[in-house]
Design a protein around this ligand. Sequence first.
Ligand SMILES: [Zn+2]
Length: 124
Amino acid sequence: MIKGHCLCGNIHFETGAEPRGISMCHCGQCRRQSGGVWSSAYVADSDLTITGEVTWYASSAAAKRGFCAKCGSFLFWKALDEDTTSFALGAVSNPTGLKLAKHIFVADKGDYYDIADGLPQHAQ
Ligand SMILES: [Zn+2]
């Protein structure tokens, strides 16, 4: 079971499903919203239980981003035409039992760090 919560504890989430797409996103939107790199994985909406009040920001016509309006934690990303939701690995309590698989949107990454863990890097 994976359990996580925002900084203030207003929002909790959990899933018993095996998360997929374990990645770090370096895109401009994730950079700005998270303050750095956003690490996430996704499960089916039906496998994700969320309690507390999530505030959703429509970051584009295709996706929305969920955060806590009290403490600012950026917790969720959701494509509007998919029945899955990505959740922030940084909000998951240890031990997560998860292992990072890839970096995405590295074409947009900040120029102030290098990625040196040897994992696959995708431009988009
Ligand atoms: Zn909060």
